[in-house]
Design a protein around this ligand. Structure first.
Ligand code: PEP
Ligand code: MG
Length: 576
């Protein structure tokens, strides 16, 4: 029987496919006791997972060189020692053999026991070793899940499926997209999460906040994912399917109409030229950016290079990726953002996520990079080398105060000197910009402008921090709303400060590519937008219909609004 489940559209489009459920229980440890006849197989499974974890650490060590190796080897040594700790290993075996624990449950039990031991220590260094225990056991559990997760294997083997899950991590999304996935429906999550951004980048329709998805949909149910109307239809009727086919035809037609805009200038109705840049993560984004007439790359998120990589990408690997990016844009400017790991962007390299209580307020973005100067310098060297191949700008994420920019400049200077000694070609200049995504950075933007050549407003995070509302939390939609007056005032303030300082300001959060916000951003004074390349033609089309001078006149009223509802009403009144 047909059932309709409402959700929130995170990536537009439609898809028809069979449901593939990923129950959150997959991530939980199985606590059912083992039968006597299962013990040997379980021990074998446990040992295999331990061996995989050892092998991963060994490979990680092999990939590190120079100063980086000195910095990271210390934690690899500590982790390797733990993995070979006889007491730990005997304890695990006993738990399985005698206690009839499953491997995952035994690992969790040992983790809890060791954590207690470390927590009770007086010495702060020894106490901090609890994190190592967490990371090592986490590595083994993840190796174990890779062995046992039937869902994952089933998924990989199938094509033409729509994933139904509670949430999905960006790394999993990247992996599954390579396996022919048609779309994603999650029961929680938000349209501003990194997974949602990735889905848009992959052109994968995605609905979030479909609360009853996991309880209503069954494996193999036929479903129509309609991210245009923000709903999932289980067991669609002939009428639904006809609508799907009509959408396919319309989408193809609209695509052809928009394609005619690919070579058109980006200009408002009253003749102001606007710059549209692309947010890019992967090579396909570059081709799309060029095909749609982007003015360059406004945001290249380098963390995706780290996320899909096991361990840390080497200087040469990074250099090749950045150089290809620069060459791929054929002389147009490319903005490379330095590593922005932490919070919801957990990393395969194990740099971030050290059990912080509040990772979104913790060591992420430039804070993390500055904690690992050797890792950061590897990236800086790769960027400097790539910048000889075309115009490059460097963007620093999560800046809070000027000293961070000063530290980054110093590292660039040192890396330049080092490369010069090695007789490596260097670019003449390399503009450095700050992302404005922390409220303090926005309010104190004049201080940051002293040390920046340009700014990029990251509204995804700025909204999260101004509103104290997690961008990935679907229960906060009424608060996490980009029309909130407090956010708009900060955006307008930053744009005005940049103009007064004579330095370019772009906006690269998701609202930059959302045509529903184009009029508003023009009204606030924005002239440089950066967005996923799939949005460029839509935004160009929208801009051509807007009168910038007229919209600017409404800015004071918009900025005086008290609520996001009022902003919405005002916008409707001025044709936004
Ligand atoms: C932002 O925060 O707006 C942004 C563009 O960066 P990211 O989404 O990668 O955090
Ligand atoms: Mg951000």
């Amino acid at each position: 029987m047909r059932e309709l489940l409402p959700g929130t559209s995170a990536s537009r489009g439609m898809a028809l496919g069979r449901a593939r459920l990923v129950q959150p229980s997959r991530y939980l440890v199985d606590t059912r006791p083992l039968g006597e006849d299962e013990v040997d197989a379980e021990i074998e499974k446990l040992h295999r997972a331990l061996a995989t974890a050892r092998q991963e650490l060994h490979e990680l060590r092999g990939k590190l060189h120079g100063a980086l190796a000195r910095e990271v080897n210390e934690f690899i040594d500590a982790h390797s020692l733990l993995l070979d700790d006889q007491e730990l290993l005997r304890g695990l075996d006993d738990l399985v053999r005698i206690g009839h624990y499953r491997a995952g449950a035994a690992l969790k039990k040992q983790r809890d026991r060791l954590a207690k031991v470390f927590e009770a220590m007086d010495d702060p260094y020894l106490r901090s070793r609890k994190e190592d225990v967490d990371q090592v056991i986490g590595r083994v559990i993840s190796a174990l899940q890779r062995q046992t997760s039937r869902e994952e294997r089933k998924l990989a083997a199938r094509v033409g499926e729509i994933l139904i899950a509670d949430t999905i991590a960006p790394a999993d999304m990247a992996h599954l997209a390579g396996n022919g996935l048609l779309g994603v429906v999650t029961s929680s999550g938000s349209a501003y999460s990194h997974s949602a951004i990735l889905a848009r980048s992959l052109d994968l329709p995605m609905l979030v906040g479909t609360r009853d998805a996991l309880s209503t949909i069954h494996d193999d149910d036929l479903i129509l994912l309609d991210a245009e109307r923000a709903e999932t239809i289980v067991h669609p009727t002939a009428q639904d399917l006809a609508r799907y086919r009509a959408w396919q035809r319309e989408a193809a037609q609209e695509g052809r109409r928009l394609a005619t805009l690919a070579n058109a200038p980006t200009r408002t109705r009253d003749g102001l030229d606007i710059h549209l840049f692309a947010n890019a993560e992967m090579p396909a984004d570059l081709a799309m950016a060029r095909a749609r007439g982007a003015d360059g790359v406004g945001l290249y998120r380098t963390e995706f290079l780290f996320l899909k990589h096991k361990g840390l990408p080497s200087e040469d690997e990074q250099f090749i990726a950045y150089r290809d990016l620069v060459l791929g844009m054929g002389g147009l400017p490319v903005t490379i953002r330095t590593l922005d790991l932490g919070a919801d962007k957990a990393d395969a390299a194990g740099l971030a996520l050290r059990g912080e209580d509040n990772p979104a307020l913790g060591v992420r973005g430039v804070r993390l990079s500055l904690r690992y100067p050797a890792v950061f310098t590897t990236q800086i060297r790769a960027i400097l080398r790539a910048a000889c191949y075309g115009p490059v700008r460097v963007l620093v994420p999560m800046v809070t105060q000027p000293d961070e920019l000063i530290a980054v400049r110093t590292l660039f200077k040192l890396a330049r000197q080092e490369l010069k000694r090695e007789n490596v070609d260097l670019p003449e200049k390399l503009p450095l910009g700050a992302m404005i995504e922390v409220p303090a950075a926005a309010l104190n933007v004049r201080a940051l402008l002293e040390h920046s050549d340009f700014l990029a407003i990251g509204t995804n995070d700025l909204a999260q921090y101004v509103l104290a509302a997690d961008r990935g939390n679907d229960g906060l939609e009424n608060i996490y709303n980009p029309l909130q007056p407090a956010l708009l005032r900060l955006i307008a303030y930053v744009i005005a400060a940049g103009r007064r300082a004579g330095k370019p300001v772009s906006l690269c959060g998701e609202i930059g590519g959302d045509v529903n916000f184009t009029a508003l951003l023009l009204a606030l004074g924005l002239c440089e937008f950066s967005m996923h390349p799939s949005q460029i033609l839509h935004v160009r089309d929208r801009l051509a219909a807007l009168d910038r001078a007229e919209l600017r006149r409404h800015a004071p009223r918009l900025l005086r609004a008290y609520t996001h509802e009022q902003v919405e009403e005002l916008l409707a009144g001025i044709g936004g």
